[in-house]
Ligand binder design. Sequence first.
Ligand code: ADP
Length: 643
Amino acid sequence: MDIYRVLKTYFGYDDFKKGQEKLIKGVMSGRDVLGIMPTSGGKSLCYQLPAIILDGVTIVISPLISLMKDQVDSLDEMGLPGTFINSTLDYDEFTKRLDDIRKGKYKLIYVAPERLNTSLFINLVRDINVSLVAVDEAHCISQWGHDFRPSYLEIPKFINSLDTRPAVAALTATATREIVEEIKNLIGLKDPLEAITGFDRPNLYYQVVKPSNKLSYLMNYLKDNYINESGIVYCATRKTVESLVKKLTDQGVSAVGYHGGMGANTRQKNQEDFMFDRVRIIVATNAFGMGIDKPDIRFVIHYNMPKNMEAYYQEAGRAGRDGEKSDCILMYSPADIVKQKFIIQSENLSCERETVMYQNLQYLVDYCHTDDCLRNQILIYFGEEPQENACNNCSNCLDKSEMVDITIEAQKILSCIYRVNQGYGVNTVIRVLRGSKNKKVLEWGLDKTSTYGIMQDYSSNAIKEMIMTLISKGYIHITADKFPVLKLTSKSQEILKGKVRFYHKKDLLKAKLSKEEALTADEINKNFDKDLFNRLKEIRLNIAQQKGMPPYIVFHDSSLKEMATYLPQNQDEFLNIKGAGHKKYENYGKDFIGLINDYILEKDLNVAEIRRKSLTDTSTQMGNNIKADRYELTYDCYREGLS
Ligand code: ADP
């Protein structure tokens, strides 16, 4: 039977998908092939179809033990004789299968890589005719990729142990150019015929958001989008999975968790509940992953940033396998970078590998800060040339927010990096620009540089946002180390000399509440949330009593009022509160931020909205007289008993 008849007879399709025909013809002529095709591109057919026609047996090496049964069942449905061999079989079943394989009962054998070089399996393949070895998820052989499986390195040994070398097909959905080369070398593909069909998934909408409260953002999204349809929420840690599931279910959202620390039964049950639409959402770590082929997942939301673009592309790519419109939303927060760096550091990697991991992470951070087309950023990462400047289906292409010229600010930042001899990281540069009295800054004499304090009017967050955007556009280089340092690049001169203008989204800088826009003490007195203020006073009193000191030593009323106005939810925001330095943050930050976050949840507050409102409500009075502010503050301090 020719390949077109087989396609129709067994699979029921009239045409091949892109790349399939080329690879199948290659395999049929005995050549090695390499297929890089996107998720749902139809990779399985590239070895299943030849398996039917070729004499002998096709061995499919797959890391997905949990899916092998399903794969074999669906072969069965099509009338294709297949079986699998992995650690889930007991000894009797295992030997029975080997017997059946010897008798020629099967055309396809799925096998876990760990089994390949066991003596039982080696003996088996000596007795049968292997015509094709298909390596599924071939990127798992790369130590640089995110799914490295050491057992994949056993594959070449296995192939070489065969009396006659069969054709080898390597297939994957994610591979950068470097990883493609590694796959070829490590598996030992011989002059492979390649089909690289592109990484674009036009039905996926990409979005990066930077919410000040992730939970309320998520709740709002779930209320308004794909209400009765399935979605995945990825988190970085097991702990976050657990707590998020609790918060969601407490608020009536149908959700279950999935992570490696759960018992196998619970994991299996939760996965099935999700797959069979018994629950709407699965909240998971990256343990929930490869091979999940539920076709109708309408959204994949990353509650935390994953470790690199490959991991992101693969996880987000689980949305919309059926080709229908679906959302891929990445929630960015600087704390996630810290978390990912911590994970890299704790992995005991070689220096070289650690550097690569930092670089990979940085690419994703850049993705979060670029204002160029997000889809194009993904395609470029995988070595593909974008066809258009704008895809019109990502948050950047559809965002019509106003851009402001921040060339002067960019020049100040670049000059500062130069003045501190390109020897410090983001936070120190920000401290210098803001004129911080931080001990280290003073110790290192950075307060003597000409750029000390030249951006006092901006919050740390706003400056960080500008720096990150400059990095994403190549005007600043950030070294790939444990302690990354900011350096100028050849492009920096273009901005420093005023040859190019630099723009940024106004909203993002505004949302960070620059000091310029901050309220005066008088305005705060009118705007703060009284109920929250009282609760803050309560924990202040508790702390003070425990320590045997007066409450105002912990925080002045004016600081509590600022908290009850701006609702700081993380370290950066907390440090923007008047009177909240690093020591205070260390001692009390957790208690106060915790209370504020609980309060926001309890009252279902939209923080961004409240902040904007406090600003607009008072914008009419915004002569914003810093002098008056200082008098007020002094008076406050006096009233609170300070000298
Ligand atoms: P991948 O492994 O690349 O993610 P699959 O092999 O699971 O993708 O195929 C994705 C879907 O596309 C499956 O439902 C499969 O039956 C279908 N498919 C494969 N080849 C064709 C084809 N030539 N025409 C139509 N549908 C196809």
